[in-house]
Ligand binder design. Sequence first.
Ligand SMILES: [Zn+2]
Length: 249
Amino acid sequence: MGTSHLYTTTTTVVIGAAGGCLVIDPAVTPDDIGVLAAELRERGLRVVAGFSTHPHWDHVLWSAELGTAPRYATTANVAAVRKHRADGIRIADDEAPGHDPDLFGRLTPLPDTATTLPWDGPAVRVLEHQAHAPGHAALHIPSEHVLLTADTCSDIEIPLLDPNASDAVADYRHALRLFAAVSDVRHVIPGHGSVGDGAELHRRIAADHEYLDHLAAGGGDTDPRLTEEWLVKSHQAHLEYLTSTAGGR
Ligand SMILES: [Zn+2]
């Protein structure tokens, strides 16, 4: 796993059979992805599959250096990327310039009935939910006791709600319950933030529920993760969202 300086973004590589590997959310600058590609080459690894956890710009990036393997995503993710493609490319250009726009969000939808990734390597379970973004998926690798929570359960970010959802809080709580039900997690890897152990996963699930409890009561502003201006703004947007959707739930 690697972590970029930009937004403490994580990229995860899972090693499969015969020198193949799966690359999850390669990010975030072209340089970061170049370093990743070089490291894979050095280790004699060939990318045989990619995965995008959700349709936000920093999770649908790629580089020609990573090759032409299918980059899987949920159907809802693929649809959302398609819909907001131009915006996504523009934001990527502002935040991490130099990506090839042709490769932006070129995703392959998983069959709707798929519960694992179609690749030659350890079983990777797809836990689809709607927290934070449509078609969001956490990945569980039972043999490694790893849970990748993507943009939920972070030690450095409050729960970030999907402003377009009709009940973003319920969606978020549903995802937290999905994660709580996964047994024997020993490593939690968020999309932004640091890796933790199983106890840390449960601490983060509790912290996220607690934030949502406070939010429903019009609070939440003392969450220790509100350390940056953009997070404080997101928190204020959450309070406005709850006021605009029938006064909170
Ligand atoms: Zn996101």
